[in-house]
Design a protein around this ligand. Structure first.
Ligand SMILES: *Cc1c(COP(=O)(O)O)cnc(C)c1O
Length: 363
């Protein structure tokens, strides 16, 4: 008996007929890039999030760096984000030659809103809040800080499709919400994909031009842009999944509830839910001082786990040039040393969940 940390076959099988029908429809239709599936998906995704616009792009990383680019962020600008994020949030900043400024996370793994203001300088242009693991950041406070200091707010929603803060979807609090549809995400495609949602008409227009070689009208190139489009086939698959997103997130919430109620071991710290938020459990992340021993124990029971993430961006080799060292962000580093993601995915059986709970409690 072996329980994988994620198994994407199940979410395919859940809606297999719909995916297969959609694939054939698109293949037979003969139109594969920037067609009606993309247009419909963009409308449906904007509507689901109660946002004015949605722009499909090729990946979550593209969503972030192109958004910053279109908002005019570049060399000499500072962008604040949390130190415990996935590397893509930071690469989106540095790809524009802007400087990332890190803030420690709070106990819910989001950027610590109480530690943002001390990092603001006259070069600060924007804050990227990352709703890590599907847990919304402290958006009321962050929005207030952005207004007070006249900063742009961008949300990295690559792990938070459908999550809400005070009833409002993540991605709708500032200038833009950046999403990834990488296959393991809650709304996952069968390949790479991404999108930006925004209420800003100018940003919408800029991104649409930017993602398609800087052209609005074919062969009329206004600016040097990128090739970053969401394919018809992925947009079609995403429409199928989006029609079931509430079920998909509900199933994950049921698994998370089982874990929260069932896991009881003084060596293990469980995730806490921030007031007024509804997380979507992209990951179920526990912490343990004896993480390596716990991993080995679970592995021995046939249970796979993963670490999100073992090396924080400020200690990653690619960011040596920023000059950070061990000890600069003690909370982030402590999290990197103790976090462990246990299996949570659509199709994970109740029996497997019980084995995982029992194994954790037996450690
Ligand atoms: C997955 C992810 C991204 C990047 O998305 P890609 O589609 O893989 O480029 C960005 N930020 C976070 C927090 C992510 O989890």
């Amino acid at each position: 008996m072996s329980i994988r940390v994620n198994d994407l076959k199940f979410s395919f099988k859940q809606y297999q007929k719909e995916f297969e029908d959609k694939a054939l429809e698109i293949l037979r239709g003969g139109y594969y890039i920037m067609g009606s599936e993309l247009k419909s998906f963009e409308e449906e995704w904007a509507k689901y999030n109660k946002s004015t616009h949605s722009i499909g792009v090729a990946s979550g990383l593209d969503a972030i760096w192109m958004t910053l680019k279109c908002l005019g962020i570049g060399e000499g600008d500072e962008v604040i984000t949390q130190a415990n994020t996935f590397i893509a949030s930071v690469m989106g900043i540095t790809m524009n030659n802007a400087t990332p400024v890190f803030v420690e996370p709070d106990e819910y793994y989001g950027i610590d809103a109480n530690k943002i203001e001390e990092k603001i300088t006259d070069k600060t242009r924007a804050i990227i809040a990352v709703h890590l693991y599907g847990m919304p950041c402290q958006m009321d406070k962050i929005t207030e800080i952005c207004q007070k200091h006249n900063l742009l707010l961008i949300e990295d929603c690559a792990q938070s499709h459908g999550a809400t803060f005070m009833g409002r979807r993540t991605g709708t609090f500032g200038s833009a919400g950046c999403f990834s549809f990488y296959p393991t995400k809650n709304l996952g495609a069968f390949g790479d994909g991404g999108a930006v949602i925004t209420n800003d008409d100018d940003l919408n227009k800029s991104l649409r031009i930017y993602r398609n070689y800087g052209s609005e009208i074919r062969y009329h190139n206004k600016i040097v842009g990128a090739n970053s489009r969401l394919d018809e086939i992925q947009a079609g698959f995403l429409r199928v999944k989006l029609s079931h997103i509430e079920e998909i997130n509900r199933e994950r919430a049921v698994i998370a509830d089982n874990y929260l109620n069932g896991i009881n071991n003084s060596k293990i710290i469980l995730p806490k839910i921030r007031n007024n938020t509804s997380p979507v459990w992209h990951q179920f992340v526990i912490r343990c001082q004896e993480r390596e021993a716990l991993m080995a124990h679970l592995n021995h029971k046939g249970i796979d786990t993963l670490i999100h993430y073992p090396i924080p961006p400020h200690l990653s080799e690619c960011y040596n040039y920023l000059g950070f060292k061990n000890g600069d962000f003690p909370i982030t580093e402590e999290y990197a040393d103790t976090v462990l993601s246990i299996p949570i995915y659509n199709g994970l059986t109740k029996n497997s969940q019980d084995i995982i709970i029992e194994s954790l409690n037996g450690f």
